[in-house]
Design a binder for this molecule. Structure first.
Ligand code: ADE
Length: 249
């Protein structure tokens, strides 16, 4: 089994994951800091994707070309689009699409030119393992009641399905409603996943991704965002990854 990449968009999230790696050492490539080491006995490389599709694609390409990774796991936060994707829920992606890709009338809307497809699926086995870890962490509960109450989280749920990505932080109701209408099966929106999925597709490397819903992609989307990432999403990510790697041992 080769090296596994763990990728996040935000520093606050990776901190919790890096804390699980006893032997971490850093290597700089393309202005990015790649942390090499072991998680539960598995060889891993942990890196920030940075924000947006181009930055994430560059990071993913370096992971392929310089680190020869065998699998890629993405963990982060997303805005909820589906009505039941509530703050505090976890979405495990089965497929990704770029919601801001539109080369029509030359190609159908959303289709990535020359790929003949709009949607890039995640790896079924890796996704099933990540979903199992997410489900068990949510059921067990990693946060105390006071913290959950702080963010208005009652009973966090796990969802599986389409996540859409674009180079926009969606922070108004009009735009999130437009996305829901055009892409009714989209569960959540973020800014990197579809780019990483496309690079993984190009290299034939299995990919899986989970996102904690941090906001409803509406006018309140920015409120408490960093606080949520630090106190909720990063805790979920670290617990879910720890569970994921323990199950593989
Ligand atoms: N990541 C977290 N929330 C988001 C939002 N509302 N739009 C885009 N990316 C996000």
């Amino acid at each position: 089994m080769g090296r596994i990449a763990i990728v996040s968009a935000m520093h606050e999230e990776l901190a919790a994951v890096l804390a699980l790696m006893p032997d971490e050492h850093k290597q700089m490539v393309a202005g990015r800091s790649f942390a090499l080491g072991h998680l539960n006995g598995h060889e891993v490389v942990v890196v920030l994707s940075r924000i947006g599709k181009v930055a994430a694609a560059t990071t993913a390409t370096v992971l392929m070309e310089r680190f020869g990774v065998a699998q890629v796991l993405f963990t982060g936060v997303a805005g909820g689009l589906a009505s039941d994707a509530r703050v505090g829920d976890v979405v495990v992606a089965t497929e990704f699409l770029q919601h801001d890709m539109d080369a029509s009338p030359l190609f159908p809307a959303y289709e990535v030119p020359l790929y003949g497809r709009a949607r890039f699926g995640t790896d079924p086995a890796l996704t099933a393992a990540l979903a199992l870890a997410a489900q068990s962490v949510l059921q067990q509960g990693v946060l105390d009641a006071a913290r959950l109450q702080d963010f208005g989280i009652t009973r966090p749920q796990m969802h599986q399905g389409l996540i859409v990505s674009g180079d926009r932080f969606v922070s108004n109701r009009r735009e999130s409603q437009q996305l829901q209408q055009s892409l009714p099966d989209a569960l959540a929106v973020e800014m990197e996943g579809a780019a990483v999925a496309q690079v993984c597709h190009d290299y034939g490397v299995p990919f899986a991704a989970m996102r904690t819903v941090s906001d409803r992609a509406d006018d309140d989307a920015h409120a408490d965002f960093l606080k949520f990432v630090t106190h909720v999403a990063s805790r979920y990510s670290a617990a879910i990854l720890a569970r994921f790697f323990a199950a593989r041992a």
